[in-house]
Design a protein around this ligand. Sequence first.
Ligand SMILES: *[C@@H]1O[C@H](CO)[C@@H](O)[C@H](O)[C@H]1NC(C)=O
Ligand SMILES: *[C@@H]1O[C@H](CO)[C@@H](O)[C@H](O)[C@H]1NC(C)=O
Length: 424
Amino acid sequence: MGLQVTFTRIFLLIILFVWIRDAQGQVKVFNVMSYGAVANGRFDNSKALGRAWNEACRWKGTGVVRIPRGTYMVHPVKFQGPCSGRTIFLNQGVVLAPTDPALIHADNWIAFQEIDGLRVSGGGSFHGQGEKVWHLNDCHKNDNCKLLSTSLSFKHVTNGKIDHITSINSKMFHFNIYDNQKINISRVTISAPAESPNTDGIHIGRSNDIRITRSVIRTGDDCISLKQGSRGIYIRNVQCGPGHGISVGSLGNQEEEEEVRGLTVRNCTFRGSDNGLRIKTWAASTSNIASDLTFKDIVVENVRNPIIVDQQYCPHPPCDEGESKVQIKNVKFRNIRGTSSTKVAVSLICSRRIPCSNIDLHNIDLVYDGQGGPATSSCRHVNGVASGGEVVGVVKHLPRVYVLYEYVLNRRSLHARTTSAQIH
Ligand SMILES: *[C@@H]1O[C@H](CO)[C@@H](O)[C@H](O)[C@H]1NC(C)=O
Ligand SMILES: *[C@@H]1O[C@H](CO)[C@@H](O)[C@H](O)[C@H]1NC(C)=O
């Protein structure tokens, strides 16, 4: 423990130093204790943090808002830019969210907005205290439910870096990355129980060039969710589970959605999660495109749906019937191995109206050890290739004919065969 703390300190000094060396101008630390913060876990520190932020943000060099060790209650607060220089939010303590009924429905608990060159780091944690209010979330049965707060929200942030922080028991999403560019998230730990409602780990929308690496995400909802307008997203060395896996969508439920293009998920593991890799669109949907998605070197352990494309998404039936108008194309699944906890290990249910095109499955090695025989898969309206390793694939690119494949997975291998074809 002592060693670890020392290591963390040295490490923080190093990263601070590297950051500082890079930065233009002088560094100044704004310790929240000098702005009236009280670390007793009850006093509301939002004003103290706000004052420290305003000064750090005005500082022409690198302004560091520092929260030292200790436990700080913080009511909903927004850290607004633009700032004069770079700003670092260095949390070395435990920041606690309120549970008072009047404060739990704010859109965001801690929001960062319009900041270029923001860094959030420090080794500390953000505790949402969701366990005290999750029972108030009735969104699974009430469309007009009152949403609980997202823990950390980033909007119009550019060239940002979020690292070495922990988010615990968010009331709703842990992170919301909406309308941002160039943010690197690394060495972040996210945790909430499997049964906690809507606690997405990292929720991304309308953002470009977001990298998520070396992080551990255990939560109740999506590990990472990529909504409309997610482009150039790179996810590597992330461990997910429990939770609902890495999910593109749901798409097609809003007018004028932006497309999802360019996602790479690499060297990630999923343990005990509901899904591994998922793409979902509503059945009766608006138009959109999800393209150039690559999932590579993935290990799943005891995952319900390791690979799932669902273009009939309907979480709370009944839903409007119809066929999705979202085109899914250029998707690669490569080197995906491990165990499925259900018999259907690969499920590709695409739209009859706009079938999935150029779906490339290579080296899929998924095992099902439960009752009812070996793993299987089900596919509808998919145009693509299955190949590689022990995979036996049949591919037919027939013009104007969309081929329905049914895959039969044996213990160690995948056989693809055409069961029927449909003239379009
Ligand atoms: C994010 O990471 C990439 C790749 O390591 C790097 O090129 C880029 O400068 C980083 N961006 C920030 C804001 O740290
Ligand atoms: C893959 O991820 C694990 C941890 O999630 C890491 O230890 C390992 O170094 C990574 N391998 C590569 C080649 O990136």
